[in-house]
Design a protein around this ligand. Sequence first.
Ligand SMILES: [Zn+2]
Length: 263
Amino acid sequence: MKIYMITDLEGVAGVARWDQTGTDQPGYAQATRLMTEEVRACVAGIQSVEADAEIWVWDAHGPGSIDLERFPSGALLLNRGPIDPPAFLDGSFDAVFFLGQHAKAGTRNGNLAHTYSSQSYAWFKINGLELGEFGCRAALAGSMGVPTLFVSGDDTMIAEARALIPDIYGAQVKIGLGPQLALHLAPEDARDLIRDTSADAASALFTAQAGEIEPFVIDGPPYEQEIRIAGRTDPNPLLRQGFAQVDALTFVKRAERLQDLHI
Ligand SMILES: [Zn+2]
């Protein structure tokens, strides 16, 4: 099997504050270690089902969040950006796994909840459906026929994922109690849960008949994306990407392919 894993830092057990997520911040080094051990657990779960599975891991946190020296043997690393969408994702993959993911901006009690940027955006919609990073990228994979099968993060992230993909395998490693507050599993317990859940997802994929696990798709093409920016956000990057300005804070773009949107 061929798996595309998208990793982020904000949904990792033990990570709950913004001062753990940037390279110049005091908690960053430890947070990357916590993240990387969760990557190892998730990869190990897949490998327990198929030892030579092809596993691409995209380090999708802005400044990166994987400790390279502990990257798991047998997996392949796609290092942090800038990488244009679709970040080498294509229809050759059997499934997408999301690890360490956070809920979309504005989610009540969503720990470190945001949409693409912690400061720039209020919401994203595609064809009228409000989507966070998880939903946008799951839809991108779905448009290529690739199902999204696994997610880890806080309870609000798992709920957001299940609202879109009811049967997704979810590893809840913390409970969101606020923007920078959570109730966490111990790191070892989070890794055990991730390894077991990842193995369950890989096992389901391994035994599924063709077409039995359906991709997450939204109506289209065409696709229309609306983005509401925050008041201090510079709109010029969106305008350069082909977005039109609808009102002071709202921008819209239409495309035939999701990867041509801000995704
Ligand atoms: Zn991130």
